[in-house]
Unconditional design. Structure first.
Length: 179
């Protein structure tokens, strides 16, 4: 919990600094994160405590130079490595993306169901409902979930709408046992 609060504070500060410098921080961190995620060896170097800060910074500097990242991003990454907080980077990245999405007026979320794909009209109904409840345009991705036999589960940030058969059965079971 403490790490989440710290990551959110770092993300908010970083976003504010990037706005002052007119930088697209979300784009820069996305490029960096995608590059790191492509290589298991790179992830090991950056996130395992086996390597020294100097070794991590040497590798990180080469990558950030190739990606042409801003000085702000470079300085921040140096700070995380030197303070041994590089492990917070995935949470910081997630928070930066959420803040950026909010500023752009939309929210990201997922729809889970048992089918391979969701009918377009059902997806539109869900988007319309969420927009009326949340006041922002939801950007929803669909994923098949083998644990759902019928219905859908929608998650947008900390809001979850569960209209799955499993959830309905669980509620029925609780009502029968508690009566």
């Amino acid at each position: 919990m403490k790490e989440q609060i710290i990551a959110k504070a770092y993300a908010q500060s970083l976003v504010e600094l990037s706005e002052e410098n007119k930088l697209d921080l979300a784009e820069e961190l996305t490029k960096l994160t995608e590059t790191i995620n492509k290589s298991n060896d790179l992830e090991r170097v950056l996130f395992l405590e086996v390597f020294t800060a100097e070794e991590k910074l040497s590798v990180l500097d080469a990558i950030m130079a190739k990606l042409s990242l801003s000085q702000l991003t470079k300085n921040f990454m140096h700070f995380l490595v030197q303070e041994k907080r590089i492990g917070l980077m995935p949470m910081i990245f997630k928070n930066v993306i959420v803040i950026d999405d909010h500023k752009k007026g939309f929210l990201r979320g997922t729809i889970e169901g048992s089918e391979e794909s969701i009918p377009a009209d059902v997806k539109e109904k869900l988007k319309t409902y969420l927009k009326s409840k949340l006041g922002k345009e939801p950007v929803l991705e669909y994923s098949q979930n083998g644990n759902i036999s019928a219905g859908y589960r929608v998650t947008v940030e900390d809001l979850m709408l569960d209209a799955s058969l499993e959830n309905q059965l669980e509620k029925f079971k609780e009502s029968v046992l508690n009566s």
